[in-house]
Design a binder for this molecule. Structure first.
Ligand SMILES: [Zn+2]
Ligand SMILES: [Zn+2]
Length: 252
């Protein structure tokens, strides 16, 4: 069991660019027109579309609950769950968040999600790959699916777009077909906590196919966790033994 991601400190920031070598742009165009930082528009490095200063300013998640990625005080015993997760164990075994949902993630995520900024999506996926690389690999990555009505409206599924390169880089099978969203639900952002989980009851259905034993759900942001929990319950009902979630950002 690894707690590496939720415990990473800013001291590790130096290695970020080096370790995202798999996306290194070494073609002639990149040399002629160096990338611009997607946050401040300064010149970016070779590996990712962020400048040194913005990489250093990314909102790291300090010590966090292993079950829900909620930030915890530094004095909390490492690896222990928060009070809420101890009182009511959630259907997710572990949640790993690459970052806190704070600047600049709170701009990059909506740009990708609502304004078709695919460069921002690529950057978010790179950051997730870099942060989740040390974690044990599951048997499958399953992006939290959109309902087809929402997909038609938006034109792309943001969780799938984040999960696709992540699966490739980490060498984990991508299995979006294991979970379907069978009910179009109201936008979660407009609902309070209780209404969110009511809204999501039976929203997901797992495929009748044989299920892997260990699955990681992928999503952009975790807020209350209601969506991820509903998805995890559907997978567990279908026989998955262990469900974790990897999200780009945790909104505390
Ligand atoms: Zn910058
Ligand atoms: Zn917790």
């Amino acid at each position: 069991m690894s707690t590496a991601v939720n415990q990473t400190t800013p001291a590790k920031v130096d290695g970020l660019r080096r370790r995202i070598g798999f996306w290194l742009r070494n073609d002639a165009a990149a040399l002629l027109w160096p990338g611009r930082c997607l946050v401040c528009e300064e010149e970016a490095g070779e590996a990712i579309d962020l400048c040194e200063r913005c990489v250093a300013g990314l909102p790291w998640l300090g010590p966090a609950c292993l079950r829900c990625a909620m930030p915890l005080p530094f004095a909390h015993p490492p690896g222990a769950a928060c009070g809420a997760c101890q009182a009511t164990p959630p259907p997710l075994d572990q949640v790993h968040a690459a970052y806190l949902y704070a600047a600049p993630l709170d701009r990059l995520v909506p740009r990708f999600k609502f304004h078709r900024d695919l460069a921002a999506g690529r950057l978010l996926s790179q950051l997730m790959a870099e942060r989740f690389e040390p974690l044990p690999r599951p048997e499958a990555l399953v992006p939290v699916p959109l309902h087809r009505a929402r997909l038609r409206q938006r034109g792309y599924d943001q969780a799938l777009e984040l999960a696709r390169p992540l699966a490739q880089v980490l060498g984990v099978p991508l299995r979006p077909g294991l979970l379907r969203r069978v009910r179009a639900t109201a936008a979660q952002s407009e609902l309070d906590r209780e209404a969110r989980s009511r809204n999501l009851r039976d929203a997901f259905r797992a495929s009748p196919a044989a299920m892997p034993r260990r699955v990681v759900l992928v999503d952009d942001v975790m807020t209350t966790g209601a969506t991820l929990h509903a998805a995890a319950r559907a997978l567990r009902r279908a026989g998955v033994e262990r469900v974790d979630a990897w999200v780009c950002a945790r909104a505390p």
